[in-house]
Design a protein around this ligand. Structure first.
Ligand code: PCA
Length: 212
């Protein structure tokens, strides 16, 4: 029997979302698939795991917790669309609330909060200013938001931060629902996402350093 070699590289978890009411094709799923392909070539020293989360109250937070449990990533970066944004929107926090909006399965959240005993807010552990600076330097429109929206993106960020419990860097990026551009087409969004990964991992400094 062939023994499977264990992959000991640090893991980066990337997620997008599937469709939900009003968004029959979710651009974040395709962006994440493309980002993962590019990231595997750009950072061969890291293992990239990608998942497209169902936009469902019952399933998405549970799946995120399971992904943390299984892969113990060093970085978890989540992507979702926001129809009202025209920029790369970096979220700074998640709130312990559920907006009463139906999900992709037609279900409403069963509670008003995500976790009855949890803190009111959980804060993103990435250096948001550094990310915004890098995006601006790359010429990509970017914004910083302290309101992840109360729907599934907020829920996934909250759950991811809870699951990481400070052991792993966690971030959430909202992208425009329509990536037919300008200002942001799909390619620009993929390139911006790779920059976010690079900065989040502290790779910007590493690659800029002269090789020994
Ligand atoms: N956007 C939604 C959920 C899935 C997605 O892509 C949100 O902003 O909550």
């Amino acid at each position: 029997m062939m023994l499977k070699k264990t992959d000991t590289r640090p893991t980066v978890l990337l997620t997008g979302f599937g469709p939900f009411p009003g968004v029959p094709a979710n651009a974040s799923a395709e962006v994440v698939r493309r980002v993962v392909r590019r990231a595997r070539r750009t950072f061969p020293e890291l293992r990239f795991v990608a998942a497209v989360l169902p936009t469902e109250w019952r399933r998405a937070p549970r799946l995120v917790a399971a992904l943390h449990e299984r892969y113990r990533p060093v970085l978890a970066l989540h992507f979702g669309v926001a129809s009202e944004t025209r920029s790369i929107r970096l979220e700074t926090q998640a709130e312990n609330v559920c907006r009463a909006s139906p999900d992709a399965a037609g279900m409403l959240p069963t509670e008003a909060s995500l976790c009855p005993d949890g803190p009111a807010k959980r804060h993103v552990t990435l250096d948001i200013s550094a990310l915004a600076e890098a995006l601006e330097a790359g010429g990509w429109p970017c914004s910083i938001s302290n309101d992840a929206g109360g729907y599934l993106c907020n829920a996934v960020l909250y759950k991811s931060l809870a699951s990481a419990d400070g052991r792993c860097a966690v971030g959430f990026v909202h992208i425009p629902a329509d990536l037919s551009g300008p200002p942001l087409g799909r390619e620009e969004t993929v390139a911006a996402a790779l920059t976010i990964i690079e900065v989040a991992l502290g790779k910007a400094d590493t690659t800029a350093a002269p090789s020994a």
